[in-house]
Design a protein around this ligand. Structure first.
Ligand SMILES: O=C(O)CCC(=O)C(=O)O
Ligand SMILES: [Fe+2]
Length: 381
């Protein structure tokens, strides 16, 4: 495998804020940690976060033990959950991609344990679907991973909104209903395999170019407020540029034990007028090793729309660099299979010059995100 550079992400210890829930603006820890978070999110757009040790935390041993239990089930037990509900259950190899490449991974999605049913057309809020052979001990570890991650994400945003001082109102609006956010946020486990496990069946003579025709996760930015990632293995890479070009250098994140890797998301970048970066990233697979990761996408409440004072797309309000950066976010890109590119898709997506624009006045965040998830499903493998 090609050698890649590594990136040294700042490490931020959030533990003290998770044990102290007082919402007091004089709280020095909140201010200090908020500043560290702001510095990390406005420079690289990512950091590693230690969320504590003790009972109410998530350990790598618990999490990856549950992941092993899940992925080692029979294919038929996993497949039985594949089409049970939108964004719940198993995702088979090659069934999802954010680009033209085949993503050589299997995955599993779940959400909040307290979701009981579909809620007023809100497809993101649904009860969990686990294979019947999956142990209840492992189910509770995964469901606790979801609620703990939501608490960590809320705490990061609370500290960030203090650090942003005058710019905190947009974040505060997104944080006003943490239970609604938790209900539509998404947890996933992924297992990435050597590319050789997905050979080229249809065009046998064509060479498969590693990291181009086959990849772990195509280059993208995440759509939501924050993404939390756990893994024991490197593979996640952050780009040196906001769009892929000849000068792009991919740098590997080396995960630290019992830490989350935290990425700023597109929506957070938008509501902070580009102050927070949503870093361009991808996952490359090893030739010889399997990599497992836990990924948690933290979203604002379903009905959130962009706040009224939103300045995006008025380039006079932003530096040229920030404007270009916001314009290249995956949230605004058409990530559908090539066969659909340039064609309108129902009511949620507006297509202009092949790119998808988010009609900010008409569409709620939740509705739009449903259409984004539909756009990355792949069926023809
Ligand atoms: O597995 C990882 O490390 C990250 C995956 C990722 O970027 C995503 O699913 O959005
Ligand atoms: Fe991502």
């Amino acid at each position: 495998m090609t050698e890649f550079e590594t990136v040294d992400l700042p490490v931020i210890n959030l533990h003290v804020l998770l044990t102290d829930s007082s919402d007091n603006s004089n709280n020095q820890d909140l201010i200090d940690i908020g500043k560290q978070i702001l510095l990390a999110l406005e420079s690289v757009g990512a950091f590693q976060c230690f969320a504590g040790s003790g009972d109410s935390t998530l350990t790598d041993v618990q999490l990856f033990g549950a992941a092993d239990g899940l992925f080692s089930l029979d294919e038929s037990a996993k497949q039985a959950t594949a089409n049970a509900a939108f964004l719940r259950g198993y995702i088979g190899m090659g069934r999802e991609s954010g680009g033209a490449a085949v993503e050589v991974k299997e995955g599993f999605s779940w959400g909040s344990h307290s979701n009981k049913q579909i809620n007023n057309g809100n497809k993101l809020q649904y009860s969990n679907v686990f294979p019947s052979a999956f142990s209840s001990k492992h189910v509770s570890i995964l469901e606790e991973a979801h609620s703990f991650s939501a608490r960590v994400a809320q705490t990061i945003l609370r500290a960030l909104s203090y650090a942003l001082l005058n710019e905190n109102s947009a974040i505060a609006a997104c944080c006003a209903a943490p239970n609604e956010s938790e209900a539509i946020s998404l947890s996933r486990l992924f297992r990435y395999y050597p590319y050789a496990q997905f050979p080229n069946n249809s065009q046998k003579n064509q060479r498969v170019v590693p990291h181009k025709d086959r990849i772990g996760s195509s280059h993208h930015t995440d759509w939501g407020l924050l993404t939390l990632i756990r893994s024991l293995e490197p593979g996640l890479q952050i780009a040196s540029t906001s769009a892929v070009s000849e000068t792009t250098v991919w740098r590997t994140v080396v995960p630290r034990k019992d830490c989350f890797i935290v990425n700023g998301g597109d929506y957070l970048s938008i509501i902070t007028n580009g102050v927070v970066r949503s870093p361009l990233h991808r996952v490359v697979n090893s030739d010889s090793r399997v990599r497992t990761s836990f990924v948690f996408f933290y979203y604002p409440p379903f009905n959130t729309t962009v706040p009224r004072d939103f300045k995006f797309l008025q380039s006079d309000q932003l530096s040229e660099e920030a404007f270009d950066r916001l314009n290249s976010l995956s949230l605004f890109k058409d990530q559908r299979d090539v066969a659909f590119k340039g064609k309108a898709n129902g009511t949620n997506i507006i297509v202009e010059n092949g790119d998808v624009l988010f009609d900010l006045k008409k569409v709620s965040f939740g509705q739009y995100i449903c259409s984004k998830w539909e756009s990355v499903a792949r069926f023809n493998y």
